[in-house]
Design a protein around this ligand. Structure first.
Ligand SMILES: [Zn+2]
Length: 284
């Protein structure tokens, strides 16, 4: 569904509310939250009522939308615009919402991705591993002196998913520990000639190295997959003109999510992520 199809589909608040309730972003009350009675009903536009204790509650109660004023239609449209990688400023303008309202929602989506996205299971088969540096202006030496840059370690299963993680350093022990956690023994791992990958074979992995300069001349021995991810990530992060280091993992995880869901209905997956987040964030 594209943007205008969605706008038609949720043409009014009732329809948008129905979508949110069916998906589970809004809570589906079967009993009264005060007394447990099941004889409850809808009264007025945005209230439920219990016919035993006579208490009423709002349709947003117990959801991530509780206490938020954003209309349901605009909430769904903002998620769609996030899916389309529209900036906060542009989305706010299109929807007639305050910048902070959209920013807050975008950040909820990113937190929800981190909290609910499962660890993708373990990787096997043909694997690519590589590290890369994000942020900072100066070019530093690999592994040392890369001032102001954040090292990120990436593992990619060919034809499958990617897993990226901010690391404190790119020493052999650090990278091998992550490799051992994520990749099945016996898998074939491709890396470049960086010394930190020296220990892979002793942990039961098959290991092939490529020379960066010669990677295309070497048959199957290339790491274009993970390098493709690095350029995808860097291109997107450029838009932000440098991300606050504290928030960087949040943006990185979003890119991992986008990459791993590249063949799926991202809008629907984002709504599912919000449902998972609601289960954690809303305790009632
Ligand atoms: Zn009641």
């Amino acid at each position: 569904m594209n943007l205008s199809e969605l706008a038609q589909y949720i043409s009014d608040e009732e329809k948008a509310e129905q979508v949110l309730r069916e998906i589970g972003v809004l809570k589906r009350y079967k009993t009264c939250p005060f007394c447990g009675e099941s004889h409850i009903g809808r009264v007025r536009r945005f209230k439920f009522k219990c016919y035993r204790c006579n208490k009423e509650w709002g349709v947003r109660r117990g959801s991530i939308l509780e206490g938020q004023k954003i209309p349901f239609t605009k909430f769904l449209m903002a998620i769609k615009l996030f899916e389309l990688d529209t900036s906060v400023r542009e989305s706010a303008k299109q929807l007639g919402l305050a910048y902070n309202t959209v920013y807050h929602l975008y950040q909820i989506l990113r937190h929800a991705i981190i909290i609910t996205e499962p660890d993708n299971g373990s990787f096997s088969g043909e694997i690519e591993m590589d590290e890369s540096y994000f942020g900072g202006r100066r070019k530093g030496n690999r592994g040392r002196g890369a001032a102001g840059k954040v090292p990120v370690f990436g593992i990619l299963e060919r034809g499958g998913k990617v897993k990226v993680e901010v690391v404190g350093d790119v020493k052999g022990d650090t990278l091998l520990e992550l490799a051992i956690k994520k990749v099945k023994r016996g898998s074939l791992i491709y890396t470049d000639r960086f010394r930190s990958y020296n220990g892979l074979v002793s942990y039961g992995f098959k290991h092939r190295r490529i020379d960066h300069g010669k990677k295309f001349a070497n048959g199957k021995v290339y790491i274009n997959g993970i390098e493709g991810f690095w350029s995808f990530a860097k291109e997107r992060l450029m838009k932000y003109h440098g991300v606050d280091p504290m928030k960087f993992p949040l943006y990185l995880k979003e890119l991992e999510f986008r990459y791993n869901h590249r063949d799926r209905d991202l809008f629907n997956d984002l709504l599912q992520v919000l449902v998972g987040y609601s289960l954690v964030a809303c305790t009632e």
